[in-house]
Design a protein around this ligand. Structure first.
Ligand code: BGC
Ligand code: BGC
Length: 556
């Protein structure tokens, strides 16, 4: 390999920033990614396969013909692809705490990726969110490393099922190393101020499980640890990850994370690579990065041995994956994407994730009701169920994600003898006197950067829906769709039953299964639930008060 060819392997470009597809061969890029929501104009699994195979053909046309690893964020199913099953976000899977189910979800996600040619998943997120004001709280399994470790490991086993070289496996990436969930105030990309002991015990611990489960790639966190950005931290990326934890795979930076380091463009790259980053998610200026790397290797600021080591790690994983033998999409898997059988696994996961926080007068499970009013637009909104990282980066409202709504699930579970009506705003249709109201409330979809919240308040419109439902004179069941605990103390007082359903994904019917007792409620809070914003942050063991402790969940 020439120096240029080696450098190319260490760079990952985002497809939106490719000046020309032929640049993949020209620079010998090691990888291309789809950022959140970046896909073919016509979004279906077959067009994804055509798109990724197209990039792969360019890579194979280069002098050495080294295949690219195509990366996506399939963080709750292959969620960028329209028609794929969308599973609950990790916080819901933390509430379910069923490792076998998480492994099965990983296995299905891998198959839905392989159908499209994407062989590399930037998942699982094994973050340990300690302050719910953070907008990425839902990407983690909960506030304890005892959830993130085992469930992250189960996800990796599922994604890499049969072993990395198997045709049923994709490459998993535990992220974001480390301390992303520990930043002060829950600020995205902020600083985690922790002693080494606490940092290791809370934020690094899940990576030991991930490595034991076969993780061959780790993504670095945008955040800092005691003021030092993770992207430039040799102590973290080499001392702790490799020397202490024994990691042997390759390390990828996060999106543009290297350019956030201080110093000149060249200084930042040298710092990151010398700290232990093997592949740079550039993602835009790959030509500039290639030139800078060339100069740094020539000047010795990056030693040739360091470059060789990074390339060896990347190519070793490509060989282990059988990428050279099977570089293209497995189109025999296309017909099964989004199948009913897979949706039934997602529906089961949704049911397991629901946490019942209140059940006065044993309203749940619902039985013997004849006239049910379902209140709130989120009852008919698969997009709201899915949250961020679904079709687009920040997520979508409405019906563009195929799946079942909560309303559909209620109608099905209630059965033929029950009249179920829908009301957007809580006013009952003329002449209809409900004997039960089910109000669905929640947060709008969001992802990183846009999702941070200073008050965790339930939006005013949602509060009005609860008040409207409560004024009907019938018992009220509230269902909350949210990526984290919100301050709902007042609303809890207005309703008879309250269920936290997190961000369940495409199969909303799983929520109705729990409300009607088709499935037994078994979810337990993966995080402490604050009564007021003044109680935040609150985590088990810190001796601070909260409304419901982690682990709480009624079993009606
Ligand atoms: C996120 C990562 C993600 C990457 C690629 C970043 O902004 O922090 O979690 O894998 O983008 O989309
Ligand atoms: C991309 C995401 C990425 C983010 C980082 C977005 O434009 O779609 O994948 O994580 O930028 O800032």
């Amino acid at each position: 390999m020439t120096v240029e060819e080696k450098i190319g392997q260490t760079l990952q470009a985002a497809r939106d920033y490719l000046v020309s597809d032929s640049d993949i061969a020209k620079y010998g890029l090691g990888s291309v990614l789809s950022g959140g929501g970046s896909g073919p104009r016509f979004n279906d699994p077959a067009h994804w396969a055509d798109m990724i195979d197209g990039y792969q053909r360019v890579a194979l046309s280069s002098r050495l013909g080294i295949p690219i690893l195509y990366g996506v964020d399939a963080v709750h199913g292959n969620n960028n692809v329209r028609g794929a099953v969308v599973f609950p976000h990790n916080i819901g899977l933390g509430a379910a705490n069923d490792p076998a189910l998480v492994e099965e979800i990983g296995r299905i996600t891998a198959l839905e990726m392989l159908a499209t040619g994407a062989r590399w998943n930037f998942a699982p997120c094994v973050t340990v969110p300690r302050d719910e004001r953070w907008g990425r709280t839902y990407e983690g399994f909960g506030e304890s490393p005892d959830l993130a470790g085992p469930l992250g490991a189960a996800c990796i086993k599922g994604l890499q099922s049969g072993g990395l070289g198997s045709p049923t496996a994709v490459l998993a990436t535990p992220k974001h190393f480390a301390g992303d969930g520990g930043t002060s105030g829950g600020r995205d990309r902020g600083d985690a101020a922790y002693s080494e002991d606490d940092f290791m015990r809370i934020h690094v611990a899940p990576y030991a499980d991930a490595i034991a489960a076969g993780a061959r790639c780790v993504m670095v966190s945008f955040s800092s640890w005691n003021g030092e950005p993770c992207h430039g931290s040799e102590r973290l990326l080499t001392g702790i990850l490799r020397e202490k934890l024994g990691f042997k795979g390759f390390v990828i930076s996060d999106w543009g994370g290297v350019s956030l380091l201080p110093g000149s463009y060249e200084e930042r790259i040298a710092k990151a690579v010398n700290a232990g980053i093997d592949m740079i998610m550039v993602p835009d200026e790959y030509a500039r990065a290639a030139g800078a790397m060339r100069d740094l290797v020539t000047s010795g600021a990056i030693r040739r041995e360091r470059l060789d080591e990074a390339v060896r790690r990347i190519l070793t994983v490509k060989f282990e994956m059988g990428l050279f033998e099977r570089p293209f999409a497995d189109r025999s898997l296309l017909a099964q994407v989004g199948s009913l059988e897979r949706r039934s696994v997602a529906r089961k996961a949704v049911a397991e994730s629901v946490v019942v926080l209140k059940n006065e007068g044993s309203v749940l499970p619902i039985s013997g009701k004849k006239k049910i009013l379902v209140v709130g637009p989120r009852a008919k909104d698969v997009g709201a169920q899915c949250g961020g990282w679904t079709l687009t980066w920040q997520g979508v409202r409405g019906s563009s994600v195929p799946g079942t709504t909560i309303m559909q699930g209620i109608v099905e579970a209630a059965g033929p003898g029950v009249r179920v009506e829908y009301s957007r705003d809580g006013t009952a249709p003329a002449g209809f006197e409900p004997d039960l109201a089910i109000v669905v409330i929640g947060e709008d979809p969001y992802a990183e950067m846009k999702g941070d919240s200073s008050d965790l308040a339930l939006p005013a419109g949602e509060k009005r829906l609860v008040a409207a439902a409560a004024s009907l004179g019938a018992p009220v069941v509230a269902v909350l769709l949210s990526g984290r605990p919100l301050i709902v103390t007042d609303e809890l007082g207005k309703v008879d039953a309250f269920a936290a359903a997190w961000l369940p994904g495409s199969e909303g019917a799983g929520i109705a299964d729990v409300l009607f007792g088709v499935a037994k409620a078994r979810g337990a809070l993966p995080c402490s639930w604050p009564a007021s914003i003044e109680q935040v942050p609150v985590n088990a063991g810190d001796g601070r008060p909260c409304l419901f402790p982690a682990g709480f969940g009624l079993r009606p």
